[in-house]
Design a protein around this ligand. Structure first.
Ligand SMILES: Cc1cc2nc3c(=O)[nH]c(=O)nc-3n(C[C@H](O)[C@H](O)[C@H](O)COP(=O)(O)OP(=O)(O)OC[C@H]3O[C@@H](n4cnc5c(N)ncnc54)[C@H](O)[C@@H]3O)c2cc1C
Length: 352
């Protein structure tokens, strides 16, 4: 079988890469083994324009927000899935310092920030003593619907192999690759944290970070397009349920859920919610984060047939559509990849 591109992995990166290749008329096939704990399946899907304790704008956010709107809109229309919802984050201040930080930031740059007209509005649903601020607009990507819908389409088009990729079977040449019965001009790794162990990309500075979340039912919390935050994030999830998380762990033994996270989060919810809740599920995964908090996009300096779209860290929902598009423009038209995202910034390390 002959293809333009072989994609490894169908998380949010592999999905958008396939979509943009298709838009440009390039042929591709995806290999994905649907691992149990993948980042895209654990994610809340939130695209938040501000970040951190100082509530600063996230990297490239003005461009990413407008790009995400169109990208999810077009892909969703093709799949007949409404996969992006505009939302706002109601940010209950967990400490007096956080309240001060929000108010200061609002004074300096109110883009994406609002103050509530009625601070009492959520008193019947939540405990909060220090008031709240509003972050808007934000977006929620519906990955639990988007990823299976794209997978179904791949299966219908006979462009998905549900299997584990085996590096031993890959033959790399200057002009392309061969993998079992597939020949392709390029192979692009979208395999999430697995690339940190890859024979080609293990030297670039991945910084694996584990996150967990509980899926809960809160029958008395009216489902609206609002995300709530108080240390933890509480976001609408599929089937009328809520996602609450997450942790950021640099030290861990495996990707699976832990009892300690469950107990901690349950206690936190009991302090925060005034209405009853029930735990339905518990998800966990390792984020493909990077030391410099910038993605890895582009082609290996020594093996130009081998590419990567990875390192999306905590921001895969906004970064993946944008950089998948940039990578496809690079393949088709030779367009530039942003230097601070281009994997060739590691040419020295990758050439050893
Ligand atoms: C708890 C948690 C919450 C998060 N919340 C958000 C959020 O709200 N907003 C946001 O923007 N980001 C969030 N993130 C980050 C986001 O999930 C990631 O940035 C993103 O999902 C990474 O996508 P990916 O496609 O690179 O990797 P993955 O989603 O890990 O996909 C990799 C794919 O490759 C496949 N694969 C791997 N190895 C092989 C192999 N050898 N053979 C075959 N297939 C293979 C896997 O099965 C998988 O399908 C969150 C992450 C976590 C863990």
């Amino acid at each position: 079988m002959r293809k333009d591109v072989l994609i490894i992995g169908q998380g949010i990166c592999g999905t958008f890469l396939g979509w943009w290749l298709e838009q440009k008329g390039l042929s591709y096939i995806v290999i994905d083994e649907q691992r149990p704990h993948t980042a895209s399946r654990a994610a809340a899907g939130l695209i938040n324009p501000v970040t951190g304790r100082r509530i600063v704008k996230t990297w490239m956010i003005d461009d990413l927000l407008s790009f995400a709107g169109e990208a999810y809109g077009d892909l969703g229309a093709a799949l007949q899935v409404d996969c992006l919802t505009q939302t706002r984050v109601v940010d209950f201040f967990p400490t007096a310092q956080m309240r001060l930080a929000f108010l200061q930031r609002y004074e300096e740059d109110p883009q994406y920030l609002q103050l509530p007209s009625d601070e009492q509005h959520y008193r019947e649903l939540f405990h909060y003593d220090l008031g709240y601020g509003i972050i808007t607009p934000c977006y929620l990507a519906d990955l639990p619907r988007l990823l299976p819908a794209f997978r179904k389409r791949l299966l219908q088009q006979n462009t998905l192999i549900e299997a584990a990729f085996d590096h031993q079977s890959l033959i790399v040449e200057a002009q392309g690759i061969t993998y079992k019965d597939i020949t392709a001009d390029r192979i692009i790794f979208c395999d999430g944290i697995q690339s940190a162990d890859s024979p080609y990309f293990s030297r670039i500075p991945f910084a694996p970070n584990k996150g967990e979340a509980l899926i809960i039912d809160i029958p008395d919390l009216p489902l609206s397009a609002t995300v709530f935050k108080k240390g933890m994030t509480l976001a609408p999830w599929k089937d009328g349920l809520y996602w609450v998380g997450s942790s950021y762990e640099w030290s861990f033994t495996d990707a699976g859920p832990t009892e300690i996270f469950k107990q901690k989060t349950e206690a936190l919810l009991k302090d925060w919610l005034k209405v009853p809740f029930r735990i339905i599920d518990h998800v966990a995964s390792i984020r493909p984060a990077t030391l410099e908090r910038r993605p890895f996009v582009g082609f290996h300096p020594i093996y130009p047939a081998i590419g990567i779209l990875n390192g999306m860290g905590t921001k895969g929902c906004s970064l993946a559509p944008y950089f998948a598009h940039q990578l496809v423009e690079h393949i088709v038209h030779g367009g530039a990849i942003r230097p601070d995202a281009d994997v060739r910034r590691f040419t020295k390390i990758l050439s050893r």
